[in-house]
Design a protein around this ligand. Structure first.
Ligand code: ADP
Length: 220
């Protein structure tokens, strides 16, 4: 049976990292709406030009645009075994739209994390300017995080802070999450295919918890 999986979690919860790992484990595509939008901005496409200011501000792109984007991506032929959807749905309107797009069961997992830990983690998060990979740099208590770091371990590119990981924007993104995520979680909470894991555990433990939960919710 196909594994149709949605991961929900605050920015900095490790959702992106876990999405990649789970997609690899089950051999299914990882679809990150944030990655799609950032790539569009980087490439200067019409979509990119349309969403650039919204991304930089930490606000949300409109439901209609996002739903069209996800509908188109989910109709591609590479998803017969399923998908890991990361970053969508962010609103109840998007969640309702997703129910009209995807054939059940839809497994929805919340990766939970407290705000203080998120702010600390985001201070250490960098993105490779060449390959776009997100990664963490080591914590140096003496530094404010703006010094140059080692190059990207994968392609040797320059690691930079994502524009929307600036502390001020992180706070706005957390506020946006707090405002929109609760109703989305409530929308799914009572379904037998919903589950939650603690995102504050070490990353490999979170992956194991997620896999165990997925096997229970969607036996394969
Ligand atoms: P985060 O790291 O905060 O989870 P993402 O990488 O998922 O963020 O997304 C980055 C930005 O892209 C968001 O702050 C938002 O502006 C926009 N975005 C991504 N997905 C959606 C969506 N489903 N609805 C509206 N805006 C979105």
């Amino acid at each position: 049976m196909a594994l149709n999986l949605v991961l929900i979690g605050p920015p900095g919860s490790g959702k992106g990292t876990q999405s990649v790992r789970i997609a690899e484990k089950y051999g299914i595509p990882h679809i990150s709406t944030g990655d799609i939008l950032r790539a569009a901005v980087r490439d200067g496409t019409p979509l990119g030009q349309q969403v650039e200011a919204t991304l930089a501000s930490g606000g949300l792109v409109g439901d209609a645009l996002m739903t069209d984007l996800v509908r188109a991506r989910l109709s591609a032929p590479d998803l017969r075994q399923g998908f890991v959807l990361d970053g969508f749905p962010r609103t109840v309107a998007q969640a309702q739209a997703l129910d009209t797009i995807v054939t059940p069961p839809l497994v929805v997992v919340l990766i939970d994390a407290a705000d203080e830990e998120i702010v600390r983690r985001m201070g250490l998060r960098r993105i490779c300017a060449s390959c776009g990979l997100t990664q963490a740099v080591s914590a140096d208590p003496e530094s404010n995080g703006d010094e140059p770091h080692d190059p990207c371990p994968y392609c040797g590119g320059l690691l930079v802070r994502r524009q929307d990981d600036e502390p001020e924007t992180v706070r706005r993104r957390l506020a946006t999450y707090a405002q929109y995520a609760e109703p989305v979680i409530a929308y799914y909470r009572d379904r037998p295919t919903f589950g939650a894991v603690d995102g504050l555990r070490p990353a490999s433990e979170v992956t194991a918890l997620l896999a165990a939960l997925i096997e229970r919710r969607a036996p394969r």
